[in-house]
Design a protein around this ligand. Structure first.
Ligand SMILES: [Mn+2]
Length: 302
């Protein structure tokens, strides 16, 4: 036991009403995995607590929690004013109840007032809970360790985020290896990278959006990857040259996002099959950088 696990235990034991462990709205993997570990710690202490989420988990969290055998929808419920809350991965109560404990990694100038508040610059809230489990004398099982590693990868752009402490990068890599986790999957999922073994005609159509600029139809698709090859790109562009004719569009904007290098390449395909390439030395946003420029050019070209 450590001083802080004693304080956390006391906060839960003294809590009035139902002890509810909850993540932020539209919970991500870190939120939900943190809740799962927190409930295991409460169990270890013989304290009844339940996980309640008020909104649907994001798509990645639904899939990843299912992989670990959890149905995220099963945690959906209501939070009452009389509930005592343990907030994981956030620090402001969003739906009433009284906060008894906070475990979060989002630094704030205004920390909440609660019996137990732990806000640190960790890469993942789930890792913070895992460390509390160990401090409390618990031996986390393989699944709990794997949840913490997974949450760390997914919350830190696969350990690349500037916010992750160096020792956690080392821990994450070692632990992923020790547990025999699929490191390629963690990397890809953490960076939101596409599975590039998918057929070119599928890759060409990802994230499809239709715009109307100056009364003309513009289509856009994009792929997020660090593994685009010249050959595959040529295949995709050929497919899109056919698509733009079929769609009778004025322009097709195909974007390649490389989060690993922090770069974006844009390919503007015209109906006559010519391709104009624009390179960005940063991760350009389709909504904020690319399409507004395309729109401006098309308005001027009218
Ligand atoms: Mn988080």
């Amino acid at each position: 036991m450590s001083e802080r696990t004693d304080r956390l235990r006391a906060a839960l034991e003294q809590a009035a009403g139902r002890v509810v462990i909850t993540g932020h709205d539209a919970p991500d993997v870190d939120s939900l995995a943190g809740c799962v570990l927190m409930r295991a710690l409460a169990d270890f202490w013989g304290i009844a607590a339940q996980i309640v989420t008020m909104t649907r988990a994001d798509e990645q969290a639904m899939d990843v929690m299912a992989k670990f055998g959890f149905d995220a929808e099963g945690w959906r419920g209501e939070i009452d004013e009389s509930d005592s809350l343990v907030l994981i991965d956030h620090h402001q109560p969003l739906h009433g109840g009284s906060v008894v404990a906070v475990i979060d990694h989002h630094p704030t100038a205004c920390p909440p007032n609660a019996q137990y508040v732990q806000i640190e610059g960790s890469g993942a809230s789930t890792l913070m809970v895992l460390n509390l489990m160990k401090e409390a004398g618990m031996q986390p099982d393989t699944k709990q360790r794997a949840l913490a590693v997974t949450a760390l990868y997914l919350d830190t752009i696969a350990l690349r985020s500037a916010k992750i402490p160096p020792e956690e990068v080392v821990w994450g890599r070692q632990e992923a290896r020790a547990l025999g986790l699929d490191e390629n999957w963690l990397e890809r999922e953490g960076m939101g990278l596409e599975d590039m073994t998918r057929p070119a005609h599928e890759l060409a159509m990802l994230g499809r959006k239709v715009y109307t600029f100056a009364g003309r139809r513009v289509l856009s698709t994009y792929v997020q990857t660090d593994a685009m090859t010249e050959e595959l790109l040529a295949q995709i562009l050929d497919i899109l040259k056919e698509e733009i004719a079929r769609e009778q569009a004025a322009l097709w904007v195909f974007i390649v996002q490389d989060p690993a290098k922090g770069r974006t390449s844009e390919y503007d395909i015209a109906p006559d099959g010519t391709v104009r390439e624009i390179a960005y030395d940063f991760l350009a946003s389709r909504g904020k950088n690319v399409m507004p420029r395309v729109e401006r050019e098309m308005m001027e070209g009218v």
